[in-house]
Every structure is written in structure tokens, then in C-alpha cells.
Design a protein around this ligand. Sequence first.
Ligand code: SIN
Length: 546
Amino acid sequence: MDQELIETDLLVIGSGVAGLFFALKSQGLGKILVVSKRELWESASYYAQGGVASVVSDQDSFESHIQDTLSAGAGLCRPGIVEMVVKSGPERIQELIRLGVKFSTRNQDQRELFENFPHSDFDLAREGAHSRPRILHSQDATGKELEGVLLRNCQKSSSIHFWEFHQAIDLITSEKLGEPGPNRVLGAYALDLKTGAIKTISARAVILAAGGAGKVFLYTSNPDLATGDGIAMAYRAGAEIANLEFFQFHPTCLYHPEAKSFLISEAVRGEGALLRTVSGERFMPKYHHLAELAPRDVVARAIDQEMKNSGADYVLLDITHQPAHFIRERFPNIYKTLKQYGFDLTKDPIPVVPAAHYICGGIQSDENAGTSLEGLFAIGENACTGLHGANRLASNSLLEALVFAERASRSAAKYLAEKKPGLNIPLWETGKADKLVEPMVIKHNWLEIRRTTWNYIGIVRSDQWLSQARRRMDLIQEEIRQYYWNYLVTGGLVELRNIAIMADLIARCAIYREESRGAHYNLNHPEPNPEWARDTVFQKDSGFLK
Ligand code: SIN
């Protein structure tokens, strides 16, 4: 098959809110290529129900949002970053409204709202660990609204180009080319999932916005594409990676054999829903003074404990005490989806379980989205910016994506202005491989990884389970390396390699942190240890740096 070399100024990997907002803000910097492994709209952002946390009401304050973020982050947030992100929020929200995003309001229309900003009439939702209502939302499908508006705006731009169904395989770096000097990212190889061709992309800067890694675990709220591609690629390229042990579990995913990953937004608890055991007892007040609105790690662990106590496979989420018309209007999508599975949210307590939801760690990045590699910027769930610390405050992630996408665009502009010399980039070499790995083999390995993570590095961990997970991951990774060298590269194989690396790194970071904090809970070290009030930073060749 013919090899192709494509040149661009900016290569954006991922088409969720972070990648699209970056692309929009970077028009004018040159040619921008956005690569997405599914259809353009298909991203974890699209499925975000809750919303964007930001201070847009005179009943709220920056100090309160900062404090809530720091408390949820359990001592690991970078305070300067938290302050910067929280204070940048209103400007980014105003920008979204200008682009056409419609947030739910109580009485006013968007136009009036925009003019009165920030003293407004937004219908602000409350979510776990927020001390007041501050979540801007578009009914219960905020991600869909943002993604649609950003995509439509990007598609009007002549400098933004899109490749859908292209899977990024690996970053191309100066170190891999044997060039002296600091390691610099020069582009990426991408597999055209429709033709099987592997394209070589030469880029002056690369922006990783490839989303999360929930598919590393057996049960997740994330869509199938969340295979940790960005973080795994950055790791292989030699970037510093941080805090992967802090994987947040969302307390309430629908428990139903056919519902693969349907999330029931925390906003439902924000509107008063209660958690009950299968026998109908409310249990959260005995775990935390904020009860159902306690931080997510507390609620997820409490549910896990109650399921273990009762032997049941789920607990119940009950909002039946609220008026039926209110539930239907506030949560139209959740209501409709639950109906398809035979539940009526206005009448039935809904069976729910916790599921892997958000990785708080990622590629170590600075206040301008720069990483430890020249020419590589990380945004959205790919980045570890210091905003979330050990546990993310609900709905802070879309805010983070917007704020850092804007800052990354400014950093990229500066970086491109440095006019680094171009290097000769070799085309992808297929080698002698001519066979495809059996899909069954990929499926089998994938399942083994996801079961191992769920059982051994899930909501509750122990030293023994973590070591068992690592041993299994060593074996599986060895097998995957063999496939990788001896068979043709496919989308399935690339994703399998990425989730195996992610599972291994999560286990390693979890073993390294000998304490419990935020989203990381180890039975053998159940308390936080002040000596561990620091990031876990890891690099491929050097191991743990801190
Ligand atoms: C939700 O709607 O519960 C998810 C919000 C979030 O994870 O930030």
C-alpha cells in the first residue's frame, strides 16, 4: 500500500470539547488537522450530562468554587492552577454563549442573559461536593450541546481540516529519530481505519486531546473509545505522566444487562435523589455529613460497601418523591433512556452501581498546557494540570478543557513562532508482517485486562491485589508486544496495547502510593499520609521521578 506524508502546522488528536475548542481558538496559526478515531462528534464530551461548573451568579463566589475544588482534591491540587481555572470560567462561558451554546435558564432568554452576564438567571444545578448550585447545563445533555456547537463552528473554518476514522498509533519524536538535543515531538503515525493505510503526519506541534481511559475497567460510564490513547502514546514517547492511581468512579451508572455504560447524572442527586439499599434503607447519612452529595469517592465506596454487606449486585437511586413533571422536564434524556430499559424515573427506584468515570491524572502539564516534551501540548482528560488533585470535583472537567484549550492555543502560537528547524521524518514501515491478529484474541486479552483492573485495582485496593494485577499485566503485555511486532497493525490492536499500558501504569502508581487519598483507597494503608501529599510522577526510562 502506498505510504503518505502529510504536513500540517498543528495536529490535534481527539475531537471532544478540548480538541475542538483548541482548533477554534487557533484559527490563524496555520493549517490545523484534527484527527478522530470515530465520527467527529463521538467523544466522551458528547456524553457528558452534568455540565460546566463556573461562578456565574451573585449568590456564588470564586473563593467558594476554589475551596470546593481544593477540598475534593484532597491536598494534591495546585492552588495557583485552581484559582486561575476558576477565575477564567466566566469568560469561557461567555464565549460559549457567543458561539451559540444554549444553557438552561429559569426565566430569561439567552440574549438577555448574555447582556446581564454574570448576574444571570441560569438554571444552576448542584452536584456532589459543591457547596452551592453552580453547574451550567443544557437540560441533561450538556456535552451534546457543546460538542454540536463547537463542531459546527469549526466546520465553517477554512484552516481546520478533519480526518475521521483515523486512529493515532504513536508520536514521532526527535529522540526516536536519533537526533541530539531535547526530545521534540514532530508528528504522529495514524491508521486510516477504513483503508488500513498508515499515514505519516509531520506537524510543527501536536496537541493531545484524546480523552479518558474508562475502558481499562470492566464497568465504566465512558464510551468504547476511551482507551487511554493519548496518555499511552505520550508515555511511549517519553513524556512525564502523573497521578494515574487517581481514577474516579462515578457512583451511579445504570445496572442492567443491556445498558453498557449509561450514566445517571449526579445532578439527579443534586435535585434530591436518595440512595437506598435493595431493602429500601437510606444509607449515605451514616457515611458523610453531605450524604448523597458527598465527594464521589466517598459515595462510590459507600455503595461498594453496602453491596458487599447485602450481597446485592446494585443499590437503588430514588427520586420518586419529586413531582413527575419536574423530573421529566429536568432530565428528559435520562427519563427517555430509562424508559427503554423498562424503568420509570418518576415512579421506580433505579438500580445503580459505581463505574470507572474519569482519570484525574494524565500527562504532566503546566499552566499553559506544555508537557515535558517540546512541541507536545496536552489538554482535556489527557492532561494532569493540577486542577483535580487526588479527586475531581464534579463538572470541573469541561471547565478545565475549555480553559486549557484556550491557553494551549496561546502556547502553540508562541511555539510556532520559534520556527524550529524541520527534520526528515521517515514514513511508517510495515516490516514483514502480513497477517491480522484474530479478533477473538484481541477480545480475550481485552476482557482479561478489564476484569483484572476491576477486581484488583478498582474502587477498593490492597497491596496483595495490586501486586497480583501487576504480575498479570506483565504477562499480557508481553503477549501484546509479540502481536504488535508480528502482525499488521489494526485499530483493535492499537487500543489493546494502550489499555494494557494504562492498566499497568495505574497499578504501578497505586503500588507506589502507600496511603489512601482522594480516589485512591488501599485497605493496607487506609489513611492519608502527609509525606505523600505530592504527585506521583513517572517516566518510561527513569521510573518514578517523585
Ligand atoms: C454527571 O453528570 O454526573 C457527570 C458530571 C461529571 O462527571 O463532571
